[in-house]
Structures are given as structure tokens and as C-alpha cells.
Write a protein that binds this ligand. Structure first.
Ligand code: ZN
Length: 94
């Protein structure tokens, strides 16, 4: 049996999508430093339901559930709102 884990699968998906979107053409004018990336993730995650799992098998199942087109669309929407919110007020002085 593999070790138990404690993971919010929504968080993993949001993190991947935020990185992907910020490196895309559409959002190239927004800062993609670690501060802003984490700030965007936090803001988006505060507006999305959590999805915690405690085993790797459950994590894989959760991935399949969460990666449905409707759900990805919802997650993307929250991320885009977060990108604009953070972009207006970046939380760093660099
Ligand atoms: Zn930044």
C-alpha cells in the first residue's frame, strides 16, 4: 500500500493552469513572478470548491472528475478574474 497523502486536487489543477495562462500570449502583459502566481492561485482557490484526497488512487480519480470540460471552464473563469484582480494591485515591490 502506498503512503497516505493530503492534497487539494483543485489546488494542483489551478496551479498548473495559472502557470500555463500567464505564459500564454493573451496574458503576456501581466507579471508572472512567483509572488503574483501564488497570489492569483490563492485568489482563484478562495472562489472554488476544495477537493481533498488522502490516497494516490483517489487523486487520480479526482483529476478525471475535475478535468471535465465544464469544470475546467469554471476554473479558468475564476483564474482569469484573479489575474485581473492581482494585475491591478500586484502584491510585491519588484
Ligand atoms: Zn509579480
Amino acid at each position: 500500500m502506498s503512503k497516505p497523502i493530503l492534497k487539494n486536487v483543485t489546488e494542483e489543477i489551478v496551479h498548473g493552469l495559472v502557470r500555463f495562462l500567464l505564459h500564454g500570449l493573451e496574458y503576456q502583459t501581466f507579471c508572472d513572478c512567483d509572488f503574483c502566481q501564488m497570489n492569483i492561485c490563492a485568489d482563484a482557490l478562495n472562489h472554488l470548491p476544495t477537493y481533498y484526497v488522502s490516497t494516490s488512487d483517489a487523486r487520480e480519480e479526482a483529476y478525471l472528475t475535475l478535468k471535465s470540460p465544464e469544470n475546467i471552464e469554471l476554473i479558468n473563469k475564476k483564474i482569469i478574474i484573479a489575474i485581473h484582480t492581482v494585475g491591478k494591485k500586484p502584491n510585491h515591490t519588484i
